[in-house]
Design a protein around this ligand. Structure first.
Ligand code: SAM
Length: 237
């Protein structure tokens, strides 16, 4: 008998945002664990697993075959959203990549997003890129999560398509509007570590022969925001 699919806590949390009966694409699917898990749990779900690299695509096909899900999951080779037809999916998952790459996948694939009302992004770094893309393209930040796994802190940012325009401050773009309101202990742990990194970078830049004063100024402003947020403490207790 085939073993049950065990998803990481990170991917489980990502999967939890998909509705029942999801018709979704998982872009950068690698082993296709997430679509296989979702479609095994929910026989009404349908998925496309997109991969730009042949090795991970082969792994995706193997997992889909192992779990006998070829009728409901289609694995396709291609860059970003180019694997999709117009109006083919309603939800999109892009997880485990940098925020800049996620942003460029969304930006280059805009013509495929007409029917996509939910985007679940899990950037490993540079989360601000995802939030600002949502803001510029009519997706409101419906939910955010932060979790730690194997020594790394991950953020998940869920965007829902809306008709209205809205705005976010620079601080909300950096910290996440929902994460900033919740301000839990893990959030503080992350920004404590980011503050230490930033202090080191600013010191190095100040000691460099040619000083980039504009960049130093930007980093110092960011450091001020982080310190303000950390001064407010955690909402956990
Ligand atoms: N999504 C899985 C997860 O979160 O565990 C796998 C993440 S893995 C680190 C990133 C995957 O994205 C790799 O398999 C890589 O080949 C794929 N990838 C990178 N750039 C891509 C692109 N432009 N289009 C599709 N897949 C891409």
């Amino acid at each position: 008998m085939t073993e049950e699919i065990k998803l990481s806590r990170r991917l489980l949390q990502v999967a939890s945002y998909l509705p029942k009966g999801a018709i979704f694409a998982d872009i950068g699917s690698d082993h296709a664990y997430l679509p296989c898990y979702v479609c095994k749990q929910d026989p009404s779900a349908r998925a496309i697993a997109g991969e730009v690299n042949k090795g991970p695509l082969a792994s995706a096909k193997e997992t889909i075959h192992t779990y006998q899900l070829s009728d409901v999951i289609d694995a396709r080779l291609g860059d970003g959203l180019s694997v999709l037809q117009q109006d083919e999916v309603k939800q999109l998952v892009i997880a485990g990549m940098g925020g800049a790459l996620i942003r460029s996948i969304l930006e280059n694939g805009k013509d495929k997003l007409g029917s996509v009302n939910l985007i679940i992004a899990q950037p490993n770094v540079d989360e601000r890129n995802v939030r600002s893309w949502y803001l510029d393209n009519g997706y409101i930040i419906e939910d955010e999560a932060i979790l730690e796994e194997n020594g790394h802190i991950y953020e998940i940012i869920v965007g829902k398509k809306v008709e209205d325009t809205y705005s976010l401050s620079e601080q909300q773009l950096l910290f996440g509007p929902i994460l900033l309101t919740k301000r839990n202990a893990l959030f503080n742990k992350k920004w404590n570590s980011e503050r230490n990194k930033l202090v080191r970078i600013i010191n190095q830049m100040k000691n460099a022969k040619e000083k980039d004063t504009v960049k130093i100024g930007q980093f110092e402003e960011q450091l001020k925001w982080i310190e303000e947020v950390l001064r407010n403490g955690s909402n956990d207790n």
